[in-house]
Design a protein around this ligand. Structure first.
Ligand code: GRF
Length: 202
């Protein structure tokens, strides 16, 4: 069975790129990205999707109220018969309707070692806090902010001489490793959620 994936984006789309490339190279098997949806008309991620021959949809938040907007997303997801929804730099909260409809089938990538440094500018928060180890997390999405069960985390040491920018760049490199890995585990049926705990096979 092919797992049909939709990706929600707002900007640059480097994580989307990593996932599309991993599918193309055969690292992730039995999966296709069928549609990319953005709340920003000029998101570069939309262009990346089109370059891969993937449908790119801009849904204008200005045209809907909050609940209607989520329903518009749900409409697209059902049009494309989506199995797995990925948030990849999607800078908007998902409404409960989507979370309920896609329970345990929505993932997000966050640039910190959760539960530390939730929300925006996580790398800056970590850097300014003075942590010695930063990192990134792929997790399932639940109703809370960056709070769902953790699938994979990767540590990134803070080095002498690091700036927020150099640290952010090294974290991003690791995001591009763990997000495809998490998607691969999902598509191979190797993720089992037990309460807050995600048990992974290889
Ligand atoms: C990444 O750092 C991701 O962890 C965060 O937003 C950024 C998106 O980058 N949620 P990109 O659009 O995937 O390049």
């Amino acid at each position: 069975m092919t797992v049909k994936i939709a990706v929600l984006v707002s900007g640059r789309g480097s994580n989307l790129q990593a996932i599309m490339d991993s599918i193309q190279k055969g690292y992730i098997k039995n999966a296709t990205v069928n549609v990319v949806i953005s709340n920003k008309a000029n998101a570069y991620a939309l262009e990346r999707a089109r370059n891969h021959g993937i449908d790119a949809v801009f849904l204008d938040p200005g045209e809907y109220d909050r609940d209607e907007y989520d329903r518009a997303i749900l409409n697209v997801l059902s049009q494309y018969d989506i199995d797995l929804l990925l948030l990849a730099g999607y800078f908007r909260l998902l409404g409960n309707e989507i979370i309920i409809a896609y329970r345990n089938r929505i993932m997000n990538i966050h640039p910190s070692l959760l539960p530390a440094f939730k929300g925006l500018h996580a790398q800056k928060q970590a850097f300014e806090y003075g942590v010695k180890v930063a990192g990134c997390t792929v997790h399932f999405v639940d109703e809370g902010l960056d709070s769902g069960p953790i699938i994979i985390q990767k540590c990134v040491p803070v080095l002498t001489g690091d700036t927020e920018e150099t640290l952010t760049a090294r974290i991003l490199e690791q995001e591009h490793v763990i997000y495809p890995e998490a998607v691969r585990l999902f598509t191979e049926g190797k993720l089992k959620i037990e309460g807050r705990n995600v048990v992974t096979g290889n």
